[in-house]
Ligand binder design. Structure first.
Ligand SMILES: Nc1ncnc2c1ncn2[C@@H]1O[C@H](COP(=O)(O)OP(=O)(O)OP(=O)(O)O)[C@@H](O)[C@H]1O
Ligand SMILES: [Mg+2]
Length: 370
């Protein structure tokens, strides 16, 4: 699957834009605040139907405009597809594939595999477990629709159960007790399947991480990760049911797969505590490359790879290694790279491969092949 063209109307700082892409490396160059990351976010919208960042859909409508439209034209084995994402103020967002709107937006997830690395990836190490769960869930959802459907049901029942616990204000009676029973049965069953899929993912993912560690990470250290779950133990069901008293007092659900977490390890030690800043940054790039390789294998495609400000994170030797490995056209399809330092990038890529350059200035783009 390749994206041939991207068109934007009133998306962030772009009023009207039409771009064409080629194979291989696509470089978005421009000073700070010109709109490089916004283009990556537009590609993220076409894949995940939402932003990769914290803004709401409304905040992504260009200031003063009433709607935004993101359109992508894709080619897969000689067949052409058009994906449109349209959002207008208070109305429901519309996603269309070849002119037909989806009834349920989640049916689109997984159709256009994509991996994005951004400077915010450090949140995966530093922030709470929710950020890591979201990342893993997003990885799995791109090739496992059943998992995504189960996860949506789980999240809905969990928020219903939490709302019930709040409304009970610490008091259990017959009617809310039987409603809790019904929620518990479903949460127990779904927790088991969701956490099992996550555990399987991590087991299969670790060899990909090992394969990437030497490429840009460390010379001697080994990289790994673990999955911690209250669910995958023999007495999970009993623990869940026994937690009800505490749940009623605390007015929230304390046990289940929404409490799963992951740790990143370097030589068996937590990366968060023992990794230097540079090692953490390098680890995160290896993590994204591993995600790319994993997804490529699971979907039998070459996902779009988006690297936002990736060179900023690395020393010269690692940049050299990264640019060398990105030139492998057997492994990578289209790679979108942003950089605020045009001269550095031009120098880096010189003689390595042909790239399509997009020079970006205040929402206007000038493109040419090297
Ligand atoms: N809804 C919007 N309407 C108008 N402009 C917007 C909107 N949302 C974001 N922008 C503008 O987009 C610009 C940021 O673009 P972007 O993050 O793509 O920059 P960048 O080229 O990646 O910069 P950097 O090199 O600093 O990362 C900001 O100037 C911001 O004001
Ligand atoms: Mg940026």
């Amino acid at each position: 699957m390749k994206i041939k063209a991207l068109a934007l109307q009133n998306f962030k700082n772009y009023e009207n834009l039409a771009l064409e892409f080629s194979e291989g490396i696509q470089l978005f160059l421009g000073k700070n605040g010109m709109g490089k990351t916004n283009l990556l976010d537009a590609l993220h919208y076409l894949t995940f139907t939402k932003t990769a960042f914290v803004n709401t859909d409304n905040q992504n409508i260009r200031k003063g405009a009433l709607y935004f439209l993101v359109k992508g034209n894709f080619e897969n084995d000689g067949k052409y597809h058009e994906v449109i994402c349209y959002h207008e103020g208070r109305k429901k967002k519309v996603i269309k594939l070849n002119g037909s709107p989806y009834d349920r937006i989640i049916e689109h997830i997984g159709k256009l595999p994509l991996v994005l690395s951004t400077p915010y990836d450090s949140d995966l190490i530093r922030e709470t477990s929710e950020v890591r769960r979201k990342w893993i869930d997003g990885c799995i959802a791109q090739y496992n629709q059943e998992y995504l459907a189960d996860l949506m049901v789980y999240n809905r029942i969990l928020s219903q159960r939490n709302a019930l616990l709040k409304s009970m204000e610490g008091h259990l009676n017959g009617s809310n007790g039987s409603l809790l029973d019904a929620y518990d049965t479903q949460l127990i069953t779904l927790s088991k399947s969701l956490s099992q899929v996550r555990a399987d993912f991590v087991n299969k993912f670790i060899p990909f991480l090992s394969a990437n560690e030497g490429l840009i990470v460390f010379e001697r250290e080994t990289c790994s990760m673990t999955h911690q779950s209250q669910v995958l133990v023999v007495d999970f069901e009993r623990t869940f049911l026994e937690s009800r008293k505490k749940d009623i007092v605390t007015q929230r659900t304390n046990v289940g797969s929404h409490r799963d977490d992951y740790s990143f390890l370097m030589d068996g030690q937590p990366l968060k505590k023992f990794g230097s800043q540079g090692q953490q940054k390098s680890f995160l790039i290896a993590l994204r490359l591993s995600q790319y390789d994993y997804l490529a294998k699971a979907t039998k495609t070459k996902p779009m790879l988006l690297l936002d400000d990736v060179f900023d994170k690395l020393d010269d030797e690692r940049i050299e290694r990264l640019t060398d490995l990105l030139s492998d056209s057997v492994r990578f399809g289209q790679v979108f790279i942003t950089d605020a330092r045009k001269e550095r990038t031009s120098l880096l890529l010189k003689d390595k491969y042909n790239a399509r350059i997009f020079e970006i200035e205040n929402g206007k783009v000038n493109s040419y092949e090297t």
